[in-house]
Design a protein around this ligand. Structure first.
Ligand SMILES: *Cc1c(COP(=O)(O)O)cnc(C)c1O
Ligand SMILES: [Zn+2]
Length: 411
């Protein structure tokens, strides 16, 4: 792994060897992977990337693992859709949906887990684990199955059925905890000290988080090797948001794209919006909240990367945007009805956040914008059950026409 140098503390810059570590012993700051960009620059090129597999592993030069042994269920290389109908509806000229809801376990988490699982095998772990708001559980269970590893996934007991079944089907040990995600996470941090397991978002977090960069790489490549003017991204821990920014800047540093002038916008739902609250109050310190939101995949009250998300907003001249709880379903429907894409509640937050950013004039009509849709609507069906209003008929033409006539009179 000539392209990876070390882990480095984001606060005090102390360096650590490439091991299953996530916090600095001296200052408790988070550790981050440091690359040797000179080595990478000497091999990487657009042609080399384009000759790679049609998955996130085409960017392996910028991921902290050996590619040959990747635990790969084919995450990534998801569609970037030119969203003309939604654009017209919102008053934009150049809008794209990065549809990451079509990953193998139906969320962007497959990108981070593919890297974490690969690294876990490199380190010699035989067990993959996580604290999850739902999608991570599905992805960890799927990758563990693929890798022949044992899996222990911890979830809050009140998750949507689609996520519980979407994880359980791969036969992990599924642990439903009576508590919030933040309590699940605290429990798992304690367990990580006692069990030699690879917790993808705890002791494997520095490697795991790097997987999110592949979303930025793909968008830049799919836009014809350029960065958008705006990125609208959902926020839970804030990790994805910061890594999209890191990914765009790495591509630029390596000369694969020009200068990055992207404004990064993070969106959260009202019932769990600690990052937006800090942004609105002009604070760099995120105050933890107790989540109560329909967007359960974003229900992290104490976001590990909240501070860095706020820094990303500053560096990129972006913003943070809150969406009301009762708007989330409207966002899901709007995307479905205009573009034929069925997203989960987190995607509803993104679409309504995008709408608000346009209304506020933060996104101008002619500025190329990408909205990141990170999870699939079939996993949060209970949020939108009210859309089901079929015409109930007998199997005859007259019954059909009568029902049609009735509906026309009603609407
Ligand atoms: C986990 C998740 C996110 C946010 O991830 P963070 O990196 O923790 O901010 C966004 N969307 C969906 C669907 C998720 O599952
Ligand atoms: Zn430190």
């Amino acid at each position: 792994m000539a392209h990876v140098k070390a882990l480095r503390c984001r606060e005090c810059s102390r360096e650590y060897p490439i091991e299953p570590l996530n916090v600095c012993d001296f200052c408790f700051g988070p550790l981050e992977v440091v690359y040797d960009y000179e080595t990478i620059a000497s091999v990487i090129s657009r042609e080399r990337i384009q000759a790679g597999p049609l998955s996130m592993w085409r960017y392996h030069d910028l991921l902290p693992v050996d590619r040959e042994a990747a635990v790969d269920i084919n995450a990534g290389f998801t569609p970037l859709v030119r969203a003309k109908n939604l654009a017209r509806c919102l008053g934009l000229e150049e809008l794209y949906i990065k549809n990451d809801s079509v990953n193998p376990s139906f969320s962007f988490k497959d990108r981070v887990v593919s890297v974490a699982a690969t690294k876990a095998l490199e380190f010699g772990f035989d067990t993959l684990s996580c604290a999850s708001t739902g999608n991570l559980a599905c992805s960890v269970a799927a990758h563990a199955a693929r890798a022949g590893m044992k899996a222990y996934v911890f979830i809050p007991a009140d998750l949507e059925k689609g996520k519980v079944i979407g994880a359980a089907i791969y036969n992990p040990t599924l642990v439903a905890v009576q508590g919030s995600y933040d309590e699940v996470n605290r429990l798992c941090s304690e367990l990580a000290d006692n069990y030699r397991w690879a917790f993808v978002n705890i002791n494997m977090r520095p490697y795991y988080a790097e997987g999110s960069k592949s979303l930025a790489f793909e968008v830049a490549e799919q836009l014809g090797w350029r960065a958008p003017a705006h990125a609208v991204v959902p926020g839970a821990s804030g990790s994805l948001f910061t890594k999209i920014w890191k990914g765009l800047n790495e591509f630029s540093k390596l000369g694969l794209i020009g200068p990055v002038r992207t404004s990064m916008h993070i969106t959260q739902a009202r019932g769990c919006s600690p990052i937006v609250e800090a942004y609105d109050a002009d604070r760099m310190v995120v105050r933890p909240v107790r989540p109560n939101t329909i967007a359960k995949s974003l229900a992290i009250g104490n976001p590990a990367d909240g501070y860095y998300a706020l820094r990303t907003i500053k560096e990129s001249r972006g913003s943070a945007c809150v969406v009301e709880e009762d708007e989330v379903v409207e966002g899901i429907k709007l995307l479905a009805e205009t573009e034929g894409i069925f997203t989960e509640t987190a995607g509803g937050v993104v679409i309504m956040g995008l709408k608000r950013l346009v209304e506020q004039g933060r996104i101008k009509p002619d500025e190329p914008t990408v909205a990141f849709i990170t999870g699939n609507g079939l996993k949060t069906q209970e949020a939108v059950e009210s859309v089901v209003k079929p015409l109930r008929i007998q199997p005859t033409i007259s019954s059909f026409e009568e029902a049609l006539g009735q509906r026309a009179r009603v609407s």
